[in-house]
Design a protein around this ligand. Structure first.
Ligand code: ADP
Ligand code: MG
Length: 339
């Protein structure tokens, strides 16, 4: 008798869920990224109990029809790529087609969606990966996904979640980053009855910075705009008199995607090294735009690390841009209207 067997789809999805869905914050990252990929102008997020009891993401994106709704929750089902060649030219945040299947395998899902051109939408209920019901729905345009009782069928996983405030902090970090990398999208984020973030969605990054970090800081940041051949850099840097206790306010976005990159982080720290006290760190929000073909985003299931074709070159452009920005006498003052 053979000792090896193919795992059933639910077990395979639960294993895959471990890579993509670690905690409520990772579920929210995937759901919000899907909303952004669907061209949403406005995204609403509500969590209960640090996302452990409930997560609701509602968008006004292009929605899904009934067939797509059922496919969306299956593994390796994606509308974003068709062949392996497409992996070298990714312009969407998602492309692996695993997130919804992984989330559905370890929670209760209630989703509804309607395409702009359709008269009616579809409502779908899934529990632990099994579809309970689908029916037509009079929902509004766009998509709304409600995730309840995350890891209810994976107690070992649920046990490792932190308390609500720590999970909420992790979620806020994700939401803030997505909002900063998408100034044209209006983000509304509630934890229970508390409004934690509201961005205007007018396409002005400084206004998003004001929503995330406060008006006072946003008005003092220096604007950076730099173009060298095919690398464009934009965003904000703190002047040397403003510094923070951690590096968590140094964020990089590559073509709208938040990434972790220790080399770029060290470059920023080094530039500020002689300008700010030891053990203190600047605020830096840097958007790097490069050709999609010159960066590989398919390195990690959570897509947090990327591989550049020419890492030294990118690093040298950023170094030059930041040094240039900090050496410029900045006489501008900014006024940001309260929202
Ligand atoms: P991926 O984003 O990698 O394609 P997901 O499992 O996250 O995989 O989603 C599967 C598919 O479901 C997406 O490719 C997309 O077509 C569809 N989808 C998911 N969320 C939304 C949404 N909010 N609006 C419209 N379509 C969506
Ligand atoms: Mg996705």
């Amino acid at each position: 008798m053979s000792r090896i067997r193919l795992l059933d789809p639910l077990t395979a999805n639960q294993i895959a869920a471990g890579e993509v869905v670690e905690r409520p914050a990772s579920v929210i990252k995937e759901l919000l990224e899907n909303s952004l990929d669907a061209g949403a102008q406005s995204v609403y997020l509500k969590i209960e109990n640090g996302g452990k009891d409930k997560i609701i993401v509602t968008d006004d994106g292009f929605g899904m029809n009934a067939d797509d709704m059922c496919l969306a929750f299956q593994r390796h089902a994606t509308s974003k790529i068709t062949t392996a060649e497409d992996l070298s030219q990714i312009t969407t945040l998602g492309f692996r087609g695993e997130a919804l299947a992984s989330i559905a395998a370890v929670s209760r899902v209630h989703a509804s969606s309607r395409q702009r051109e359709d008269a009616a939408g579809t409502e779908l209920k899934i529990e632990a990966g099994s579809v309970l019901s689908t029916k037509p729905s009079g929902c509004s345009e766009g998509t709304s996904i409600e995730i309840s009782d995350l890891f209810f069928n994976a107690p070992a996983r649920r046990k490792f979640l932190f308390n609500a405030s720590r999970e909420t902090a992790a979620i806020s970090e994700i939401v803030n980053r997505l909002a900063l990398s998408h100034p044209s999208v209006r983000f509304t984020y509630y934890s229970g009855p508390r409004l934690l973030l509201q961005t205007p969605g007018k396409g002005r990054l400084r206004e998003v910075v004001a929503s995330v970090y406060g008006l006072d800081l946003a008005e003092k940041l220096l604007e950076i705009n730099y173009l060298k051949h095919d690398v464009e850099l934009s965003g904000f840097l703190s002047p040397p008199q403003i510094h923070k206790a951690t590096t968590s306010n140094i964020v990089f976005f590559i073509n709208g995607r938040y990434i972790k990159d220790s080399i770029l982080l060290n470059t920023i720290k080094e530039v500020y090294n002689s300008k700010i006290p030891g053990g203190r760190f600047p605020v830096a929000i840097l958007n790097i735009s490069i050709k999609p073909g010159s960066v590989d985003v398919n390195v990690h299931p959570q897509k947090l690390t990327v591989k550049f074709d020419r890492p030294e070159y990118i690093n040298s452009v950023i170094l030059a841009a930041v040094e240039d920005c900090l050496s410029r006498p900045d006489t501008d003052t900014w006024f940001i209207p309260q929202i």
